[in-house]
Every structure is written in C-alpha cells, then in structure tokens.
Design a protein around this ligand. Sequence first.
Ligand code: SF4
Length: 574
Amino acid sequence: MSRRMTEKLRKRLAAETGTHSAPWGGRLTVALVYPNTYHQGMSNLGFQTVYHWLNSREDTLCERFFLPDPDDLAECQRSGTPLVSLESQRLLEDFDLIAFSISFENDYLNLPVLFELGRLPLWRKERDEHYPLVLCGGVCAFLNPEPLADIMDLFAVGEAEVILPELVKRLQGEVSTDRVKLLHSLACMPGIYVPALFRVSYREDGRVQTMEADAGIPGRVKRQWLADIDQGQSRTCVTTPETEFASMELLELSRGCPRGCRFCAAGFIYLPFREHSHSHLRQQLDESRTDRKKIGLVAAAVSDYRGLAELGESILAEGGEVSVSSVRVDTIDADQVDVLARSGHKTLALAPEAGSQRMRDVINKGVEEAQILNAVRIVAEGGIPNLKLYFMIGLPGETSEDVDAIGALTLKIRTIWEEIGRRRGQLGRLTLSVNPFVPKPFTPLQWAPMEARSSLERKYRQLQRQIRPLPNVDLNQESLKLAEVQAFFARGDRRIGHILPALAEGNSLRKACRDAGLDPAFYVTRERLEDECFPWEVIDQGLLRSYLWKEYCQALDAKCGQACYPGCKRCGIC
Ligand code: SF4
C-alpha cells in the first residue's frame, strides 16, 4: 500500500472516537465490510450497531473494511493493493467470518471490485473451506437475498441483536469444520439462510416455479426480530468527521411503522411497530461517549414517536440540539417544530408522496390535502426557513392529471410558505425531491410493474414545465438509470447476480442483460401474477400473502386501508 494511503488510514483512525481495538487471539474474528466508502458506511446506524455489538464481547473481535475512496480505487486496482481493515490493515482472509452489511441494492455493483481487492473468488462455488465464510446482513439480506445467492455463503434474515448471539456461539471452534456440515448446521438455525441448500426451478416463461430446501432444513427462513427493542442499542458508537452526520449522534427511536404505506418496504419488513422507552433513550444519551451536541433522531416515522417533544425538550435542557430527517404531515405539531427550530433546524422535510388524493389513497398514505397544507403552516410559523417535499411518480394507475396535481399542490404550498415567510421576514426555499416509484418485495405493491423509463422521462418533463418557472422552488429528481438498476435487483432471482461483473465494468443494464440472455423488462416493468412464486419468498416475514394481495387490489381501486391498531390480526404479524 502506498505511503499516502497508509497515512490516510492512520489519520482516519486517529480522527475517530469510540473505535474498538482488542488483542487478536482466542476470539472469533469478524471482518465487517460496507459495500461503499467509509463516508457512507460510517453514516449507517445498522453498520455501527453490529460493529459495536461484536466488539462489546470478550470472545469476538470485529474490524471494518470499506470500498476505497474514488481517488484511491484506481490506484489499488492498478497496483494490486489489497483491501485491508481500518483497525490493523489485515486482509479479509485473516478473519474467521466476513460479514457484509448491505442496505442498498445499488451497492451490489461494488461487490465484484471488493472481492477482487479482497483476493476472494466472487462466486461461493469457487470458495472452499480455506476461505472464510461470507455472510450477508443488513436490510437487503431479508428483503430479497436471491440476487446475491451465488455470491454469499449465508444470509442473516432479520435483526442482528437476535441472530448474532447464536451464530457466534455456533461458529466458535467450528469455522474449520467440514464446510458442508457447518452450513447445514447453520441452516437449521433461526434466521440463517444458506442458498446452497435450496434448489430453484423455473417455468418456460422464466418465472420461478419452485424453491426447494434440502432435507432436514426449514423450507422458508423466518425473519428474526427483537420483541423488546430496549434490549438492543442503536446509536452512533464511533464518531468521525467523515460522515453525512459528522456533527451529530444518531439515536434510534423505533423500528417498523404502523401506517402501512403500500410502497414502503421498511414499514413492512420491520413490523411489528416497536418504540424505545423514554428511560432507555435517556440512558443511551447519558451513556453516550461522544461530544456531539446534536442528536439525530432516527425512525421510519419520527413524529409518530410518543413524547417526541418531551424528549426534545430534555435534550435542549442539557444544551443539546435535535435533528430529524423528516416528519409526518398529520402528526407534526407546533411543540415539535419549536424544539427543531430552537435546535437550529434550517430545513424540514414533509412527504406528501403524491399530488392527488387518489394517488395518496393508492399508496395508503392516509393524509388529506388539508393536513398537508396545515403542516406547512405549522412548520412555516415555527420559524424553519426551508422546506423539502418528497413526491413519487410512476405509481400504479397514475395519470397525467395526477402528475399535474403535484404541481398544483406545490403552488398551494408555496403560496402559504411565501405569505408566512414574508410576514416573518425570512423567505426560504422549497425543494421538491421527486423519485420514481420502485416496487419492493413484501409490500402490497410487490406485484406492480415499475413504469417504463420513457414514460417517466415524459412525466419529469411535464413536472419541470410546471415547477421550473416558480421562484424559490428547486426540483431534484433521482437518476432513472440508477432507479432501474435498483428495481432490477429488488425483485430479481439468483440468475441476475451473474451480470454484476459486467455492470461493475460500466456496461448498461440492457447490454449486461443481453449478453447474459436476460430480459431486464421481465424483472423491472412486468406486472407479477397473483399466484406467482416470488424468489424472495424463501424468506418468511410473518406477513400473510393474502393480506398483501388484498391491499394491492385496494391500491388498484384507490381505496385507503387501515393503520395498525390494538387487537388487529390482519397481516399475520401480531
Ligand atoms: S397484525 Fe395488524 S397491528 Fe399487527 S402489524 Fe399487522 S397490520 Fe399492524
């Protein structure tokens, strides 16, 4: 490794607080790999949680690996510099277990270079017991592991706090055992998926026909989740100036969401909705070793957290500040906004998701236009200068009028925003973040097609014509190319993993698929059949398929559903 890169790693480590280091020897050693840069990885709370959990024990040791920064990557590939851990510059092969933490499908494209620099064969069939076991954890592991099924030896299906204790116990002293025997024993563990022990057959038309498990192991892998999340601890453990959240400490408030928005995977695969208790969060803040004043509160629906304003007040009372990513339009109130404004919040995000009521009912957003406009008033009156609005286009049944409705709603919001801003003497900016709808597994919209790129491009142009002339309003839109790749891997089967090297070399999705004899439209823009066998259903989320299908039909009829309520048994989780 060049002196420059060695020095960079040394400085990076020195700039951290909370880093763990422990002597090697007598411990199960885990290489925790984030499939993107240090900046991205250290901003990921799940990654931090696993790192902290493994290093809080006497019998395990965990060190981190990241994709080299863009300016180093080319040098590493040219010079053959291997991937090394941040803590001790060891190689991946030195560890007993290699654990990837993957939250985003588009990070799959970094796997070929990570394995190349890690000096590991990419395909699991090319790795024998001389190589460490390769595990995949993180959201992607239990949303749809199949696209990575020929790369990873095993997947952690669910929440780390539940799966890791038993996994560590089984691996201690076993890592050198006969690999086939070891994988079979692990596949019998709750929450562990071993793709090598499942055979997949396909129909003539390419759809999955069957997924069969070997004898003696469960036919589906049950998602594992922490019943009492106060038993877990999800907060920033290692701080560094090199992350998205350099100025703050992240603190998890809850997991899952009771709202049932039909496009939202995080809302369904973390059910049931669970909140941390105030006392637990207080204890977390008291134990925090970081010098960070600002606390970033993390949850699928932050403003749904009961007593958010009280928690915020207690942080302010200690001279701290509060930050949140977005708030719900129907639960935000003046007290919450006051806490955020006194915390120096310059921008607050609201997520109407759709411009027309019909589209909001399709996705079961559960909010009316009046509530959206009221939330805008509360935020503007509360003194937050800038507003961010999240919208989606390409939803099932969306018409040109529904796209126009985004512009119309934005105009109403801007009128309120401008009137209050002028009165307060601070006219801030409105930013629209408009993303294409990407259908996700284990949501009611898992059957829906993603809209074709040409049609989405037309709708973006339609929106630009409406929004661009508006002063103080910006329009951000996600790359359609990246959204297509995300959609391709979100609902793919294990055949598609084989185009990753071609994509990683810069080939387009179309070319990579063509060369591999695959049709991207089959995965991206095809509506699924009601009784189709889905590759991701090797995972048992605990959700009733019939419930998801019923919700899909409701969506197509633009009918609202219901949020979670005590005593409800609808989706099968409770
Ligand atoms: S059974 Fe009802 S309350 Fe429980 S998670 Fe499902 S929808 Fe929510």
